[in-house]
Design a protein around this ligand. Structure first.
Ligand SMILES: [Zn+2]
Length: 82
């Protein structure tokens, strides 16, 4: 009976340790994934400058026309007029 209890405690301890290790690994993986996601988002959100008012804005929000970038349709119109 004493031997059985000892083994039960050892098995429980091993299970607990492996659970803690798995949890730490999962956390490290999640942190790495978050870092990667942040990096790829930063790369996707390259900043460009409006050729009219010189304001910086994300490329995804910029207007592109004749090889230049603009912050809005109005500035694209004004800039292309010159
Ligand atoms: Zn502008």
């Amino acid at each position: 009976m004493g031997k059985f209890l000892l083994w039960a405690i050892i098995i429980l301890a091993v299970l607990m340790v492996s659970r803690i290790l798995n949890h730490q690994k999962a956390q490290a993986r999640q942190a790495a994934e978050r870092r990667q996601a942040a990096q790829s988002k930063a790369a996707a959100e390259e900043m460009v400058r409006c050729a009219h008012c010189q304001i910086y804005l994300p490329r995804s929000e910029a207007y592109m026309s004749r090889g230049k970038t603009w912050c809005c349709a109005e500035h694209a119109r004004l800039g292309l007029k010159q």
